[in-house]
Design a protein around this ligand. Structure first.
Ligand SMILES: [Zn+2]
Length: 378
């Protein structure tokens, strides 16, 4: 357990079966877990101001290293005072390693040294290596930075998954050596291994042996589906240190998050709430609804009568939102994004309270029963 004055410290406050409630201290304030981090790909949560994000209850933001390195460039961000100052968010920030984005590119070349690819902005040849990823993340200055790993696709041949784990572990050692600011930035390692539980366990043990301030499960939410995601998380979570935050990357829908909390995961990020919002899909206590559906054309109720978000509290009706989407008004994305991010943050707060009260499983059963009530086909 790190000392009380350490810049990064995780206090496990309560457990309800495997579910955890904790407090992760960072140089920019605490993160109360379980926690959902809204995604600010280019340093902005799409269609929301930092104040609007903060008002949802979100404490920590995620920003994408790959996108920020391409534009505006980490050197400019550093020159303008670092990422917190640049994006006007004084709470904790996490940057990913850029690995997920470059592995999603069509024409990349993977080697033990790193990944070569074409810059999407100007077409030039580039290489991302563990050292380069950490150099960019050190310059951006987020509180939590992620190791550069190989995210294998799903499905993948066993040999490909095995090679990905070997590289992920070798690259993790290089990331640790390259990390120039461990006193102000916590480097999290990432467990890979596809859906092979033995390989996952092997990778988890090797990552845990590095004694890092936090550990993530990566390579999930890549098309394997809810069942396999659950199986991997259930197998890996117990292998992770109890006194460090555990981050499940890129997951997911409300039911995915609640399953993962039940396995003992603490931190989450996903583009789903904001991406869905921009297409008119919003989350309610009684399931997901699509505001663009004609059934809402005359609906005078807010998105969710039990919601306290700025959009619902202000009384914007489903009919008005339906109209805004039909008219392609920017306000449709703003209001729906505020609502969806608030929904995710409220879900995490309730889950946390349930863990603190020692009744997470009962609470989740009740939530999911109501949530299944009125769900529409997407
Ligand atoms: Zn709302």
């Amino acid at each position: 357990m790190p000392a009380a004055d350490a810049p990064f410290r995780f206090d496990l406050l309560a457990r309800s079966a495997e579910a955890r409630a904790g407090r992760f201290s960072t140089p920019h304030g605490p993160l109360h877990t379980p926690a959902f981090m809204p995604v600010g790909t280019h340093g902005a949560v799409k269609a929301m101001t930092p104040e609007q994000v903060r008002a949802t209850g979100a404490e920590m933001l995620l920003a994408n290293t790959y996108h920020l390195a391409l534009r505006p460039g980490e050197g400019l961000v550093a020159k303008l005072g670092g990422l917190h100052r640049f994006v006007r968010w004084d709470g904790p920030i996490l940057t990913d390693s850029g690995g997920f984005q470059v592995f999603s590119l069509p024409n990349k070349e993977i080697a033990d040294s790193g990944v070569r690819f074409r810059n999407e902005v100007d077409g030039s040849a580039m290489e991302l290596t563990p050292e380069r990823s950490i150099e960019i993340q050190n310059a951006l200055g987020a509180d939590v930075i992620m190791a550069f790993d190989e995210c294998t696709p799903y499905p993948a041949e066993p040999a490909v998954v095995r090679a990905g784990v070997r590289r992920t572990l070798a690259w993790l050692e290089r990331c640790v050596r390259a990390h120039a600011r461990p006193e102000s930035q916590a480097l999290f390692g990432i467990v890979q291994g596809g859906v092979d539980l033995e390989l996952r366990a092997e990778c988890a043990r090797a990552v845990v042996a590095m004694d890092l301030p936090g550990v993530a499960i990566g390579g999930v939410s890549v098309g394997e589906g809810h069942e396999l995601m659950c199986r991997v998380t259930e197998a890996v979570a117990p292998l992770l240190p109890a006194d460090r935050p555990r981050y499940l990357m890129g997951v997911g829908l409300p039911e995915d998050l609640l399953a993962a909390i039940g396995y003992g995961m603490d931190m989450f990020d996903c583009v789903i709430p904001t991406r869905y919002a921009r297409s008119g899909a919003v989350f309610t206590r009684r399931g997901r609804i699509r505001l663009t559906h004609r059934r809402y054309r005359r609906d005078a109720y807010p998105i969710d009568t039990s919601c306290g978000c700025a959009a619902c509290a202000a009384g914007f009706s489903r009919a008005y939102l339906h109209h805004l989407f039909a008219a392609n008004e920017v306000l449709s994305a703003i209001l729906a994004s505020i609502h969806n991010v608030h929904f995710y943050e409220a879900l995490m707060r309730e889950a946390r309270e349930a863990v603190l009260a020692g009744r997470f499983a009962q609470w989740r059963t009740g939530f999911l029963a109501e949530y299944a009530g009125e769900a529409e086909a997407p």
